[in-house]
Write a protein that binds this ligand. Structure first.
Ligand code: ZN
Ligand code: ZN
Length: 190
């Protein structure tokens, strides 16, 4: 199977455009003939074919409260699409607002022992989550800073720059459309 990629081009003034998918030959042609001569900086973003991605999504389920905040995102999308200022779902203005808000989805942090974190404990699981762990705050992935520590724990959050969800961009859109934000009780850490 061809390896597909989505070439991403950045101009000297910072305009960034991602297009494709292309196979490697097409991507190289685009870079050599269109981007480089016109001063754009290319980058290849690898694309995973949809069936492969579906398989990874299904088996690669991470320990998280899947779908938390989903109701709010459905309500936001509906409000954006039916906004009188937008011309339905396909207009650029609606697409821009949906793309803007979509990246601010939450994940829920958990506190627990090492065995629980690595799913090596004997506790019962509810919805794939060990009941021996304590749920912590919901965090916005886009607004928070983290780095790949290379450990089995996954990304390392930088506490000083961790932003709880719903974050300001989500609040701004929800407030504009007068959509109530979800309430969530976070048990005290203990
Ligand atoms: Zn955010
Ligand atoms: Zn456990």
């Amino acid at each position: 199977m061809d390896h597909l990629s989505a070439p991403q081009a950045t101009s000297p003034c910072g305009t960034r455009l991602t297009t494709g998918p292309f196979d490697l030959g097409e991507a190289i042609l685009l870079v050599d003939e269109q981007l480089v001569p016109k001063g754009w900086q290319p980058k290849y973003l690898p694309l995973t074919p949809v069936p492969d991605a579906m398989r990874v999504f299904a088996v690669g389920r991470r320990m998280s409260a899947a779908g938390y905040g989903q109701d709010l995102f459905v309500a936001l999308r509906r409000a954006i699409i039916t906004d009188q200022e937008n011309d339905g779902a396909d207009c650029p203005r609606a697409g821009a607002v949906i793309a803007h808000v979509e990246q601010h989805r939450p994940i829920i942090m958990y506190f627990g022992d090492e065995e629980c974190m690595l799913a090596e404990c004997d506790h019962p699981h509810t919805d794939g989550i060990c009941t021996g762990m304590t749920p912590g705050p919901a965090v916005c992935v886009s607004c928070s800073a983290y780095y790949d520590s290379g450990s089995e724990w996954g990304p390392e959050w930088i506490d000083a720059f961790r932003v709880e969800w719903p974050c300001a961009p989500v609040r701004a859109v929800a407030d504009h459309y007068e959509i109530p934000l979800p309430e969530r009780e976070v048990p005290a850490r203990g």
